[in-house]
Design a protein around this ligand. Structure first.
Ligand SMILES: Cc1ncc(COP(=O)(O)O)c(C=O)c1O
Length: 366
């Protein structure tokens, strides 16, 4: 069976390479952020690869994401960074998932009859992001006391940088360590730095970094560490034709041929997360750039080519000649956003040791 040929190539060797670069550069343990389907790279393949490389934790945002990994057979350490409803705490504990505790009020909502002695938590301290987390030492101390009473394993403490500049990171780390020191508690894990913090700042007191986008080879701070992009995106021409001067292309006829020209149709559109703002950008065939013309449709889009290319010709949308960072800049979006837009309609083609090891078409899985 030949399904639609629009596929992301996920290079697991590049992922491992980036993991090792980050580990070497930071000289710390590495917690790997795999939320949002591992930034659209596929949660299970990425989590397993990173765990096999020595990741100390795989971090996700929610119970849904954590259970997605458990249900697919990931057995390693898992930390939920976001909110979990207190009614799920027992379930989380039984699945050996570590929780983030971000308020005393939340803790008090947990059913007092539940035995929490197998629960592992990290305390989330808010040092300026104002998302979730505890800001005051007083609240943190009450939480420690509460958790100790219920024999919870308080394994870690962390905060999250909102910016990458030195002044902001200094301010946040000062705030964070004032709380850590005052707790006078022997935390196994102390972690602050996301990718930006890991690559551009050095928090000497933490013993782990908590990186996401850098693992995927996107260097948001231009660190020159030689991270390798893991994700590339391709499709194949489904139709090629010549149109005449004056003809228009796609919805609302916004593109009009100024002369006779060749048009190729590609099976990808905003239904895949390839947004309409891509009109006017360029894609590649054999390293040559061709413009996306007319409105991007839900499932298809058209490019203007220099000749009639055969059906089945491969087209690069993100890759060696079209880096994700360049695309994000052209779309005036963050690279996080561009990646997260891609959805499971796009088949994932995993590569390892230079060869394709598996094609994953999630919407065809039971
Ligand atoms: C709490 C937390 N830690 C770490 C990360 C990883 O961030 P980055 O992808 O910038 O490394 C995120 C992602 O947003 C996060 O929310």
């Amino acid at each position: 069976m030949k399904y639609r040929e629009t596929y992301a190539v996920i290079d697991l060797d590049c992922l491992s390479y980036n993991f090792n670069i980050i580990k070497k550069h930071s000289k710390k343990n590495v917690f790997c952020v795999c939320k949002a389907d591992a930034y659209s790279h596929g949660d299970i393949a990425v989590a397993n690869e990173l765990y096999n490389n020595g990741a100390n934790y795989i971090c996700v945002s929610s119970i849904d994401e954590a259970m997605s990994l458990r249900n697919q057979g990931y057995h390693g350490p898992l930390l939920i960074l976001g909110f979990v409803d207190t009614s799920c705490v027992e379930y989380v504990m039984h699945n050996n998932i570590t929780l983030s505790v971000f308020s005393l009020e939340w803790l008090k909502e947990i059913d007092s009859s539940i035995d929490l002695s197998h629960l592992k938590v990290h305390l989330k301290i808010d040092t300026g992001m104002n998302r979730i987390g505890m800001k005051s030492l007083q609240e943190v101390k009450c939480v420690l006391e509460f958790l100790d009473e219920r024999k919870v394993c308080i394994e870690g403490i962390y905060t999250h940088f909102h910016s990458v500049d030195q002044v902001s990171c200094d301010k946040q780390t000062r705030w964070f360590y004032a709380i850590v020191d005052a707790c006078n508690y022997d935390f196994k894990w102390v972690h602050t730095s996301n990718s930006g913090g890991t690559l551009a700042y050095n928090d000497v007191r933490s013993n782990a970094v908590r990186v996401g986008i850098a693992l995927y080879g996107i260097d948001v701070v231009d660190s020159q560490l030689g991270l390798k992009p893991v994700f590339s995106l391709f499709t194949k021409i489904t139709f090629s034709k010549k149109i005449m001067e004056g003809e228009t292309v796609s919805y609302d006829a916004t593109y009009r041929a100024v002369k006779d020209m060749y048009i190729a149709t590609l099976p990808i559109g905003y239904g895949d997360g390839f947004v309409r703002a891509n009109t006017g950008r360029f894609v590649g065939i054999d390293g040559h750039a061709f413009e996306i013309v007319g409105a991007v449709c839900m499932d298809q889009m058209m490019i203007r080519t220099d000749k009639l290319y055969p059906v089945g010709t491969e087209v690069e949308l993100i890759g060696e000649h079209i880096p994700l960072l360049k695309m994000a800049k052209e779309l005036e979006m963050s690279p996080y956003e561009v990646l997260c837009l891609f959805n499971t309609r796009i088949m994932k083609r995993y590569k390892k040791k230079g060869i394709i090891i598996k094609d994953v078409h999630e919407r065809l899985l039971k």
